[in-house]
Design a binder for this molecule. Structure first.
Ligand code: CFM
Length: 546
């Protein structure tokens, strides 16, 4: 049984564990990895290395650019056929394995999310080119489903052999008369899935946003950006907005349609949940249409209340403010009741989390609410601004990998109906009162002194951290889950939620508290000991006959 550490008087300086971890690396690797590890001090600015290439062989948690573009951003959108141009292996996590939920308006409304569309590239396509096969696949998909849009996603070999998915898409758009567009999101295009987010944002902005200038509907119109409806999170938020009388025009991209992206430029405000994956669209919409954006967080009861209040404050309408307060009072009472029962059981427990590009920050709010302590955290692929805050953006070095991704030049719309002078004025006026727009403070200012921040954590580092901190809970994904659990530490998947959830909003907070109780108030983990430490499972011998 492991002996628990007591950090009630403050966290220990993690420098010795950083030194121990990197002492096992070759000197070049050690030098590079050290820059990705910071003993946090929330009072000062500390640069952390992020969004750089992973060291080959280090066993990273990261995914590829194609995963970020096709899987994350476009994947949850149900009325577009997402056609993968590549070998079938790249589509493994497509067919009936999506974690994002969706709810078509009617039983017969378009929903292609349960399908897997792939050109199933073969060796001969690699040798002779795959454009003909891609055209045939687009025609076949069109004939079978008659969709309004098709997105074509490039996998690694497509870039290597030079198939032009954009030219094919243009040709097919003309031939079939529907919206067809391609993405150069080859897996290797960037250093992680983050590049794929950017490429997806660019593609949607270029080919979809602004295609439908329908008149504005509703008094308070928003888009929710960077909410992907894992475990039904978006449904819980939709419920809250609807009751408050806020019109949710489009969500990027949980429970979404490309149809709604097309008129999503008609809103009054963009609320950004996952800054990493979607800040580009928020910025581009502001540049082109004058629509301001704010950062929100709906993970945790108090964060949800805070974000709802901030939205209501933006619209500055007495009736809306009153309604929002009524919802908060009612929902918080329910949240508090559950929290009061569970908090005493989990208070003081230690959590660590290494997840994606936003959740490793957002979920700290839920742990804080339960009195748990986040001893170490990091993102897989976020950028420095997600750690340190957006004020560091001008200092971020643009390297060749970043230059590899197209940067769109956005100009103000020349349609006076669409340019929102009223919103520009409103933003200026609210800013004078201290209301923050286009602002994200990042993860590090919220973390405790001497907590350990690590970007793109490796397998070796994970093992060492567990040995050092002996945490009560580790949050990561499926690739890490069983290794961590075999060391006697429960792991909560924060990508798929272990098929639980929702965890967003008030109901989500209640679900999460209960999940923590289930996972942490048990002795079973103390009984786990890695069996092969004492009893090797397989003993073998080999005789070589010379
Ligand atoms: Fe944003 Fe995401 Fe995340 Fe992300 Fe992701 Fe995800 Fe994630 Mo997995 S967009 S950065 S690329 S919140 S798939 S829905 S859970 S790593 S923390």
């Amino acid at each position: 049984m492991v002996k628990k550490k007591d950090y009630s008087a403050g966290l220990p300086d993690p420098t010795p564990i950083i030194d121990e971890i990197i002492s096992k690396y070759p000197s070049k690797v050690a030098k590079k990895r050290k820059k990705a590890m910071v003993a946090n001090d929330p009072e000062i600015d500390q640069p952390v290395q992020a969004n750089v290439r992973t060291i080959p062989g280090i066993i990273t948690q990261r995914g590829c650019t194609y995963a970020g573009c096709k899987g994350v951003v476009l994947g949850p959108t149900r009325d577009i056929i997402n056609l993968v141009h590549g070998p079938i292996g790249c589509s493994f996590y497509a067919w009936l394995t999506r974690r994002n939920q969706t709810k078509p308006e009617t039983e017969t409304a378009e929903n292609y999310m349960m399908y897997s569309f792939s050109t199933d590239m073969q060796d001969e396509n690699i040798v002779f080119g795959g454009e003909v096969k891609l055209k045939e696949a687009i025609r076949e998909a069109y004939k079978l489903f008659n969709p309004k849009a098709i997105g074509v996603f490039s996998t690694c070999p497509v870039g290597l052999i030079g198939d032009d998915v954009h030219a094919v898409s243009r040709d097919m758009k003309e031939e079939l008369g529907i919206n067809i567009f391609g993405f150069s999101c080859e897996g290797y295009r960037g250093v992680s899935q983050s590049a794929g987010h950017h490429i997806a944002n660019n593609g949607i902005f270029k080919h979809v946003v602004g295609n439908n200038d329908r008149p504005r509907e509703g008094k308070f119109q928003i888009n929710l950006l960077g909410e992907y409806n894992i475990g039904g999170d978006a449904f819980e938020l939709e419920r809250l907005f609807e009751e408050a009388g806020i019109t949710l025009v489009s969500t990027y991209s949980g429970n979404s349609t490309v149809e709604s992206f097309a008129y999503s430029h008609t809103v009054d405000l963009n609320v950004v949940m996952c800054h990493r994956s979607i800040n580009y669209i928020a910025e581009m919409m502001e540049e082109k249409y004058g629509i301001p954006w704010i950062k929100g967080n709906f993970i945790g009861g108090s964060s949800t209340a805070k974000t709802l209040r901030k939205v209501a404050e933006f619209f500055d309408d007495a009736e809306l403010i009153e309604k929002v307060e009524e919802i908060i009072a009612r929902e918080e009472a329910k949240v508090e009741a559950v929290k009061a029962a569970i908090k005493p059981k989990v208070e003081g427990k230690l959590a660590m989390m290494f997840v994606g590009g936003s959740r490793a920050h957002h979920y700290q709010d839920l742990f804080e609410e339960l009195g748990m302590l986040t001893v170490s955290a990091g993102y897989e692929f976020a950028h420095r601004d997600d750690y340190e805050g957006r004020h560091v953006i001008p200092d971020i070095k643009i390297d060749a990998d970043t230059r590899n991704i197209e940067e769109l030049t956005i100009t103000k719309t020349d349609n006076p109906e669409l340019w929102r002078d009223d919103l520009v004025a409103k933003k200026a006026e609210l800013e004078k009162k201290g209301y923050e727009f286009s602002h994200y403070a990042g993860m590090m200012p919220q973390m405790k002194k001497n907590s350990l921040v690590i970007d793109d954590v490796s397998h070796h580092e994970t093992e060492k951290l567990i040995e050092f901190y002996k945490p009560d809970l580790f949050c990561a994904g499926i690739k890490e889950k069983y290794v961590v659990q075999k060391s006697g530490v429960p792991l909560k998947q924060l990508h798929s939620y272990d098929y639980g959830g929702p965890y967003a909003g008030f109901e989500g907070a209640i679900n999460f508290y209960k999940e923590m109780e289930r996972m942490l108030v048990t002795n079973v983990w103390n009984l786990v000991d890695t069996p092969w430490k004492s009893e090797p499972e397989i003993v073998g011998s080999m005789t070589i006959n010379a």
